[in-house]
Design a protein around this ligand. Sequence first.
Ligand code: NDP
Length: 491
Amino acid sequence: MPDYSLAPEGSHFIDGAYVEDPAGAEITVIFPATGEVIARLHSATAPIVDAAVESAQRAQWIWAEMAPVDRGRVLLRAAELIRARNDALSELETYDTGKPIQETLVADATSGADSLEFFGGLIAADTGQYIPLGGGDFAFTKREPLGVCLGIGAWNYPTQIACWKAAPALAGGNAMVFKPSETTPLCALKIAEIFVEAGAPKGLFNVVQGYGDVGGMLVGHPAIDKVSLTGSVPTGRKVAGAAAGALKHVTMELGGKSPLIVFEDADIESAIGAAMLGNFYSSGQICSNGTRVFVHEAVHDRFVARLKERTESIRIGDPRDPEVQYGPMVTEAQMQIALDYVAIGQSEGAILQTGGARVVPEDAADGFFVSPAVFTAVTDDMRIAREEIFGPVMSVLKFATEDEVVARANATEFGLAAGVFTQDITRAHRVIDALEAGTCWINTYNLTPVQMPFGGIKASGFGRENSAAALDHYTQLKSVYVASGPVESPY
Ligand code: NDP
């Protein structure tokens, strides 16, 4: 088992090795359950950014020349190494993010490995088209890499985001420079080490640390051909705007305020379980969460009573304890945001059924914990029902008819995800068809297997991660016309 000591050998991982530049601003990494400083890194300076991009360019030329099946083999080997080190990687993810080890063992490195396996296996079969044109002429198409792709990650799923972006990008013959969120900079470095160990050319996956300004420098770098961001809508607007100026390819995985609709005929226990997972998993810090839970008036009171009971039984504490189900928020600032929204909800007249307070668990007294909050009597105009909180604050809204709930569910600028609970299969499909969201679930919530495309519409972004669809966003199509006769010309 590798020793994943918390402080890495250097802040950045470039050209197959750790690199440090103490001239960059300090990044302090804090374990959210105790408030302890676990590592000190440095934000990248301009020479570090240039070195990372240039090294990625060199690696990309070598990599793109390799047969797709050989590239795929490297990704499969990386996936194998990740699985073999899942315990250590999960522990590190828990330190980086504060998420319970119970979650990180099954949802982070393993999900990254799924992605590398999927794209590693797929790429050799991703062949072009043959198009007969008559008279012996034909055309064919091929998918070509874009070049050097930039991945910019949010802090909630640092390992998963790094792999979800790297797997289709590398499979498609690109190199990647990845900038983690400065809040959770540790995990991506381990993934970079693993790629080198798996046989990738040095520089194929470089990690550059930094604050938003470093992201900005990278987005503006002329040798970056594509930008894939996972982050908030305001950051998305800035990054997409900057990339558009240089006509760079863009994938935007942004925020949401997704609806989860529970009809009167739903399996109520399952719907409650899904609502809890879709609001409280990772302490509510998940982009696709169903934070607006619309419950039919006929089952509303029963739903709320049981939801409250089950929510109050969630075990909160030190995320390193395998029995703990719910950890701290990622930072003190994020904890304060969640607490502020609880106060806003109360001042707007919503009823706080449970939670929403700072918690001081015995085994993690200095952590940034907020108990899972459930609001009822929420109306569509309230800020807690309109704005992305990115914390454990669930809004329950009552509805009477299908048309009404669909209209209310769609009345948002976001369009990331949506879910429906009903036993009526016709209604399930009718409602899903009418919902404006890129990723939807019927009788479940927030499951994101790698085979299924994931992404949003409206202000939640564009482009897709996972599935064969993601490859289209990391490659460009070349068409070739092949003539078999002489050229007829009037000149
Ligand atoms: P932010 O938008 O604040 O940051 C995302 C990343 O962008 C960070 O690495 C950040 O760096 C960087 N960044 C900030 N400003 C710029 C800039 N001008 N140019 C380039 N890069 C920049 O998001 P959070 O990290 O706070 O994550 C939470 C958000 O992410 C939520 O809105 C959530 O919904 C969304 N998200 C979306 C997902 C999806 O797949 N749709 C999945 C997970 C989260 P730094 O942190 O150093 O500022």
